[in-house]
Structure formats: structure tokens, C-alpha cells
Design a binder for this molecule. Structure first.
Ligand SMILES: Cc1cc2nc3c(=O)[nH]c(=O)nc-3n(C[C@H](O)[C@H](O)[C@H](O)COP(=O)(O)OP(=O)(O)OC[C@H]3O[C@@H](n4cnc5c(N)ncnc54)[C@H](O)[C@@H]3O)c2cc1C
Length: 372
């Protein structure tokens, strides 16, 4: 098949790469590849840490995708020579005070109800796992199966693997008589294809003919810093009721995140947001006091009404969508790519991905066979 992918964030790139490996002729269009939410993401592969009440299908999707990451990371590094810094060292959940510990306990209870291991730890045990933690923390847990990867490196590696298939120009679907025939790029050129995949993050609705609004921008900030004393594994904490995380990377780098605000307009970092993140992170890990700040990034997460992604056929024949991955696009990229390949090839869509067809919002057509 000739496949055009619009959008080169982690989702579009992962879908394109999967389709290339499967033998399709793929072209990806994006004037600013990997500069959207992918650039801000901390890279936590954290289905358990992100689990929430009523989001059982999303938890299953996350677990299925997390299981794909080790092979993806190995393959990407081998093919591109770029180390994507995949770490399977687990995640610590930390409560700063007793009320924060109640937040951690709620997550443990939820995970236990789903049969997911969450090992409860007292203060001393936590400090033994992570000596850089503030000695006054109340307690927490370890999630042995929540890992992390460097999303910027993963995107760089995917782009290297795609090579000249990635064209640095924006595009939109070329819809003629209600059927998608390919894409029109911003320089006016028409590129014919058998299938178009729209993967434009929080701008997904722009790609779909019609008035529907499914994906909304949710602003988030992350800070990158370098320290001589980084934590050994990802730490997700509640500090006086405020969520904060610190994710370690190669070379002493850490990612501190993240704010979350329903927001349109420009994605600009704010003094209040950055100050709060730094303050809470330093409370958690006092050694961060002397860390050097490398960058501050603000981008839009692509949110949906039920916090789940939209993966599958749109109402327009020939146009598939892969978007709305909200807080978990890095985690969910591998399973999204498998599902999109299955929709393109009329193959078996992974069971965990089936509940996330766009038609659950009532504006899309579920029958892929009539769509291609
Ligand atoms: C602060 C923050 C922290 C996060 N942390 C994590 C985390 O730890 N773990 C995790 O799994 N997820 C995390 N996320 C979420 C994750 O970043 C997103 O879910 C993911 O990046 C979505 O990927 P995407 O490819 O759909 O969108 P994006 O990465 O936004 O990419 C969309 C791409 O589409 C392009 N585009 C837009 N319009 C057009 C057009 N007309 N033509 C061509 N291209 C176009 C853009 O240039 C962009 O490159 C975080 C997000 C934020 C903001």
C-alpha cells in the first residue's frame, strides 16, 4: 500500500516505522517533526502509575503497549545506532506526608484490585531503594513494571530509520467527493496514496472533515536538569497534594514534571508552573538544589473526553486517525502502531486496542473494509 502519514510525533513516527517494516511505501509529512508533545514528554512507560478509576480499558491498553517496549527499544537502537535510553528499573511512588501517603495508598488499592503488583514500602525501605530522597518522606511503594525511555531519542531514532520518507512540510488530507485520495502539502503539491493516517496530536480535529471536536489541548510543562546525584529510578510523588515526578536519564540528566492545565493559546511556560515543579522536586530530592537547568518545555497533550486515544477508521473512506493519546502517547506508541498496521492490512487489531476506535464518539465509521 502507498501510505501517507500526517504528523511526525511519536505516534505518527511509530505508525510509519511499523508500516515500513511491514513492506508498505510510506511517506510522512511534518514541517516540525518531533517538536510537539513528544518533545516535552518525560517518557514514563507507566501504565500502573497512571491507572485511574473507571479507566480499565486504558490500563489494559497501557499494559499491552508497555510489554512491547523492550523489543521496540532494542530494535530501534540496533537499526539507528541511537541509544533510546530504555530503563527497566521500575518506579517509586512516594508520599511526602501522611495525606500524600493516602494518595499512594489509593493507587496501591486500585492496582491490587486489578491484580497488578505494587509493593508497599515504609520510609526506611524507600530510602534504601533511593538514598537521594528527602529523609522526611512518609512512605510509598515500588512498581516493578513501570519503566521509562527517552522520547526525544526515540523520535530521533525513528526519524533516522525513516530517512527520506520523512518530508518536512505540513499537509492535510485530500478529500474528493467524500473519499480521501492522498494529501495536499502546504506548498500545494498533491501526493496520491491508498491510505492516509492523521497523527497530528492536539491538532487532530483539523484533519477530519466536519465539525466534530474530539481532541483538545491540555497544556503541560517539563524541566530538564543535570545533577551529579540523580535518582536511580523514576520517582512519582505527591507533595502536599501536588503531583510531581523526576525521571532519570543518561549523563545525570533528569526530567521534572509536569503541570497540567486546560488551556488554548500559546504553549508558553509560566513562572508559577515552573516554580511549583522545581520547589516540589527539590523537596522530594534535596540534592536537586545544585542541579543545572538545561531546558524548560511547554506543549499540549492531546486530550479526549474519556482520556483514551482514538485509533482506527474515520468517517471518511481512506482516512485513518491515530491521536488523542493525552498523557500516555509515548507509552502507547507501540500498540497504536500495531493497531494501525492491522487496520491498514485488514488484519487482526490487537484486542486491547479495539475499544479505542474513533466511532465511540459517534462521529466516525467503524467499518474499515468499507473505508479503504
Ligand atoms: C509535559 C508533558 C509530559 C508528558 N509525559 C509523558 C510521559 O511521561 N509518558 C507518556 O507516555 N506520554 C507523556 N506525555 C504525552 C505524550 O507526549 C503525548 O501523548 C504524545 O506525544 C502524543 O504524540 P502525537 O504524535 O500524537 O502528538 P505530538 O507529539 O504533538 O506530534 C504531533 C505532530 O503533528 C505535527 N502536525 C500538526 N499539524 C500538522 C500538519 N497539518 N501537517 C503535518 N504535521 C502536523 C506536529 O508538528 C507534531 O510534530 C506528556 C506530554 C506532555 C505535554
Amino acid at each position: 500500500m502507498r501510505v501517507a502519514v500526517i504528523g511526525a510525533g511519536v505516534i505518527g513516527l511509530a505508525c510509519a516505522h511499523e508500516l515500513v517494516l511491514s513492506g508498505h511505501a510510506v511517506t510522512v509529512f511534518d514541517a516540525h517533526p518531533a517538536q510537539g508533545a513528544t518533545h516535552a514528554a518525560a517518557g514514563m512507560l507507566s501504565p500502573a502509575g497512571e491507572a485511574w478509576y473507571g479507566e480499565d480499558e486504558l490500563l489494559r491498553l497501557g499494559l499491552a503497549s508497555a510489554a512491547l517496549w523492550p523489543d521496540i527499544a532494542t530494535g530501534l537502537t540496533a537499526r539507528s545506532g541511537i541509544d533510546v535510553d530504555y530503563r527497566n528499573t521500575g518506579t517509586l511512588l512516594v508520599g511526602k506526608d501522611r495525606d500524600d501517603l493516602a494518595v499512594v495508598q489509593r493507587t496501591i488499592d486500585l492496582l491490587t484490585a486489578h491484580g497488578i503488583e505494587a509493593e508497599q514500602l515504609g520510609r526506611e525501605e524507600l530510602l534504601a531503594h533511593e538514598p537521594t530522597l528527602n529523609s522526611r518522606i512518609a512512605g510509598g511503594a515500588i512498581l516493578h513494571h513501570d519503566h521509562n525511555v527517552n522520547p526525544r531519542k526515540a523520535a530521533e531514532s525513528l526519524m533516522a530509520a525513516l530517512g527520506e520518507r520523512l518530508i518536512r512540510v505540513n499537509a492535510r488530507p485530500d478529500v474528493v467527493n467524500g473519499v480521501c485520495r492522498g494529501v495536499i502539502t502546504d506548498d500545494g503539491k498533491v501526493h496520491r496514496s491508498d491510505v492516509v493516517i492523521a497523527a497530528t496530536g492536539h491538532r487532530l480535529d483539523d484533519m477530519i472533515p466536519g465539525p466534530q471536536r474530539v481532541v483538545r489541548p491540555v497544556r503541560g510543562e517539563t524541566i530538564r536538569a543535570r545533577t551529579d546525584d540523580p535518582p536511580r529510578r523514576t520517582i512519582r510523588a505527591s507533595v502536599q497534594g501536588r503531583p510531581v515526578y523526576v525521571v532519570p536519564r543518561a549523563g545525570g540528566e533528569v526530567v521534572i514534571g509536569a503541570t497540567s492545565e486546560e488551556h488554548a493559546g500559546d504553549p508558553m511556560p509560566t513562572v508559577g508552573g515552573v516554580l511549583r515543579l522545581l520547589d516540589d522536586a527539590r523537596t522530594l530530592l534535596p540534592t536537586l538544589d545544585t542541579a543545572e537547568i538545561l531546558d524548560i518545555t511547554c506543549r499540549f497533550r492531546p486530550g479526549t473526553p474519556d482520556n483514551g486515544p482514538v485509533i482506527g477508521p474515520s468517517l471518511t473512506p481512506g482516512l485513518l486517525v491515530a491521536g488523542g493519546h493525552y498523557r500516555g502517547g509515548v507509552l502507547l506508541a507501540p500498540i497504536t502502531a500495531l493497531a494501525i498496521r492491522a487496520y491498514v492490512e485488514h488484519g487482526d487489531v490487537p484486542e486491547a486496542a479495539r475499544p479505542f476506535q474513533p466511532n465511540r464518539f459517534g462521529t466516525f465509521n467503524a467499518d474499515i473494509r468499507s473505508n479503504l
